[in-house]
Design a protein around this ligand. Structure first.
Ligand SMILES: *Cc1c(COP(=O)(O)O)cnc(C)c1O
Length: 354
């Protein structure tokens, strides 16, 4: 395994107050960086003071969007320790994304070691209130210095980190979601299952329209028939219909969320049946109108679980569960956050101590 060089900052920053933390605005003192080239492989792994990058103006990432990323959190447990949640799942997903975009893959064992070493370096930046965390953003991009379109030769892998506040400073609130019928985010055979910047670029327009209309996010439909539910913004979705939790199956156009995977496991262990299958808007809205849609929620690392209180489709609004958080949604949130923040036992071996 490579050594990780450490260059400490000479100007440590003032840490923001926990109560004033917002998402992704303040960054820690250091960053992890390494480069890839065909002759050296991954090399020069280092933790260095946080700083701007210098890129060649023709760098591949700037022109052809060769960029993939991950998002995970470091949590402070009640005993003051710091832990990660299923970090190897993030590393494996990053490698799956790399595969799709023809970017060089990481050695998973080394990537985990690097992540742990980086978090250990920035440990004092992990805030200590329940609900707050240190958000980690690993990312990898093509960095050839040519405009020629060809196989990527050179790449950069980095990890940066931001202390983030609780997603729900005033308690969990249901959100309003707009079902998008014009734009699509991804198609089967495309990059939907990869966590790549390009998917977000393609989502911007619908997101902007939805926001202007007062919705917090967009619910995507499949790109071919515009009929089946896919996912919400940066979250997977789940619906409780007639006592059964239904979530869109992973068809290749949906991001395989780690929170989704964890929720499915927790639901099954609580004795709630889960179906991963195609779910059409028609089926969903029929269930809603017949009073059989009990709850709906999104799930992802940032919010953990986010109840959906209203859906809008073709200009009509539909209220779910009286715009209240449902019992299963609340229970999932409580169980998952207790494992992540270490206030309950982790019977699954999902957490990794730093
Ligand atoms: C990251 C992401 C998710 C959620 O994945 P988690 O691993 O649960 O955080 C869902 N959808 C999209 C498009 C994403 O980028």
């Amino acid at each position: 395994m490579q050594n990780i060089k450490f260059v400490p900052t000479e100007a440590p920053k003032q840490k923001p107050e926990t109560s004033k933390l917002s998402f992704g605005k303040s960054f820690t003192d250091h960053m992890f960086v390494m480069e890839y080239s065909p002759d050296k492989g991954w090399h020069d792994a280092r933790i260095v003071p946080f700083a701007n990058l210098t890129l060649h103006p023709a760098s591949t990432v700037l022109h052809y969007g060769a960029e993939i990323f991950e998002g995970l959190k470091a949590y402070r447990t009640p005993d003051g320790e710091v832990q990660l949640f299923r970090p190897m799942d993030n590393i494996e997903r990053l490698n799956d994304s790399a595969d799709r975009l023809c970017l060089p893959k990481l050695d998973p064992e080394f990537a985990l070691e690097a992540l742990k070493t980086f978090v250990a370096t920035e440990k004092s930046w992990v805030p200590d209130e329940f609900g707050t965390s240190l958000y980690l953003r690993p990312f990898l991009f093509g960095n050839d210095e040519t405009l020629g379109v060809h196989t990527i030769q050179n790449a950069v892998y980095m990890v940066i980190a931001c202390p983030v506040g609780s997603y729900y400073p005033e308690g969990i609130n249901p959100v309003k979601i707009m079902i998008e019928t014009d734009d699509v985010r991804a198609v089967r055979g495309g990059t939907g299952y990869a966590k790549c910047g390009g998917n977000y670029a393609a989502s911007n327009r619908a997101g902007e329209v939805a926001e202007k209309k007062g919705f917090s996010q967009v619910l995507w439909l499949d790109g071919v028939e515009r009929k089946y539910i896919e996912e919400v913004g940066a979250m997977n979705v789940m619906f409780k219909i007639d006592g059964v939790v239904v979530t869109p199956k992973l068809t290749g156009s949906i991001l395989p969320g780690i929170t989704r995977r964890s929720c499915i496991q927790l639901l099954k262990d609580k004795g709630i049946p889960v179906e991963e299958r195609l779910l059409s808007v028609d089926e969903l809205l029929t269930a809603l109108q017949e009073g059989r849609l009990e709850e709906a929620w999104g799930c992802g690392t940032a919010a953990v679980v986010s109840p959906i209180g209203q859906l809008s489709y073709q200009g009509k609004n539909y209220i779910i569960n009286n715009f209240e958080i449902g019992k299963t949604t609340q229970d999932l949130y409580d169980t998952l956050t207790a494992i992540q923040w270490g206030t309950a036992e982790d019977p699954y071996g999902w957490t990794v101590k730093i």
